[in-house]
Design a binder for this molecule. Structure first.
Ligand code: NAD
Ligand code: DAU
Length: 356
């Protein structure tokens, strides 16, 4: 079996669902079920013996040792993290704990397990670290997209903690020989995305008739990738990526935030028209995110050249599917908007002035 950490989060849940739809190799899913973890995203696997869910923390070494001894995973796909930049600004401690100490603890437990394997099993073992393009910092308008050799220049507590985890993974390979691969991916979107992030937040606020808060001038650029394309890329790197290498994953799809919000509004106008008028009337420019990175863009030629991966989804097809998914899953949407979610919205948005 494979061990997936953070498999109840947005990308992890999509990955587990895709994995088990495509093969019968069981998944041991270790997730602490923080505010971002959601068992409801995995409801279709209820009673499926191929999915073993354990609620637990990657900083818990004793638990990790027990799980390795009991399940003998042949690979780890490490998603578990604190993932939201705005939360890292309000409270960086959890990011250091999970993203840095958690990755360190997982690496050490993986190393102890790997050391005990037979020569063949050792050679086949993989530690796949799932990381982000944010470790490379921010690009200005004309600069070339991030390649794998770009300098690490993280700017937020979140990206600094992910950069630290990337460095640990690299060092555990270099020093101990642990067979690792790392992927650095751009912004994902799609089903089961927690509505603290731009696209699901805009869909959910629009449907509720609430303001659509665009930070600063809305001209920050992100490179959007449909989450299932990310899952496919991870599977390719896990099975055929070269040990010790990093692979950038992106959508070849750079767009300014305001254009994303306008696209969501236009799709909702078509799919769920509001008698009160076009959804774009709700767009509200608000105080910018501190230290806001201006532009991310991924050069994904290495993974295409070596592994033949390219995104299957265009932004137009992916965003349409995504909006439809949120319209079709009103229960999931209602349940994630718990008291804790409402507290977060108050923390992050209440103090933000509407820009003139
Ligand atoms: P998410 O916040 O939706 O999910 C994170 C999951 O990790 C949750 O289920 C949470 O319960 C779990 N978790 C948190 N702390 C834990 C701990 N200490 N022990 C065990 N489980 C814990 O995140 P996501 O958007 O699905 O991102 C997954 C990974 O992909 C992260 O490592 C993130 O840095 C990376 N990434 C995300 C994006 C993106 O656009 N979302 C892009 C590139 C890379
Ligand atoms: O680039 C990959 C990263 O993408 C991942 O590593 C992170 O885990 C993931 O959260 C995401 O980070 P961003 O900060 O880019 O995503 P977010 O959805 O929070 O914001 C996208 C852009 O939209 C960003 O420029 C900030 C802006 N934004 C966001 C929110 C929540 C707004 O304008 N208004 C908002 O309310």
């Amino acid at each position: 079996m494979i061990l997936v950490t953070g498999g109840a989060g947005f990308i992890g849940a999509n990955f587990v669902l895709d994995w088990l739809a495509g093969c019968d190799e069981p998944v041991l899913n270790l997730d602490a079920l923080t505010y971002a973890g959601n068992r409801e995203s995995l409801a279709s696997l209820e009673g499926d013996a191929r999915h073993v869910f354990v609620q637990g923390d990657i900083t818990d070494r004793a638990l990790l040792d027990t799980l390795f001894a009991r399940h003998n995973p042949r690979a780890i796909v490490h998603f578990a993290a604190e993932s939201h930049v705005d939360r890292s600004i309000h409270g960086p401690g959890a990011f250091m704990k999970t993203n840095v100490e958690g990755t360190y603890t997982l690496l050490e437990a993986a190393r102890a397990h790997w050391t005990s394997l037979s020569a063949d099993a050792k050679a086949a073992f993989r530690f796949h670290h799932v990381s982000t393009d944010e470790v490379y910092g921010s690009l200005s308008a004309g600069e070339p997209a991030f390649v794998e050799t770009h300098a690490y220049e993280p700017n937020s507590p979140y990206s600094a903690s992910k950069a630290a985890s990337d460095h640990l993974v690299r060092a555990w390979h270099h020093t101990y020989g642990l067979p690792v691969v790392t992927t650095n991916c751009s912004n994902n979107y799609g089903p089961y995305h927690f509505p603290e992030k731009l696209i699901p937040l805009m869909i959910i606020n629009a449907l509720a008739g609430k303001p659509l808060p665009v930070y600063g001038d809305g001209q920050q650029v992100r490179d959007w990738l449909y989450v299932k394309d990310h899952c496919t890329a991870i599977r390719e790197v896990l099975s055929r990526g070269r040990i010790g290498e990093t692979y950038n994953i992106g959508g070849w799809n750079e767009k300014p935030n305001i254009e994303i919000v306008q696209t969501v509004c236009a799709l909702l106008d078509e799919m769920r028209p509001d008698p009160a008028g076009p959804y774009a009337r709700l767009i509200t420019y608000v105080t910018d995110r501190p230290g806001h990175d201006r532009r991310y863009a991924i050069d994904a030629r290495k993974i295409e050249r070596e592994l033949g991966w390219r995104p299957a989804e265009t932004f137009e097809s992916g965003i349409r599917k995504t909006v439809q998914w949120y319209l079709d899953h009103a229960d999931w949407v209602a349940h994630v908007q718990s008291g804790a979610y409402r507290d977060w919205v108050a923390t992050n948005y209440a103090g933000r002035e509407a820009a003139p």
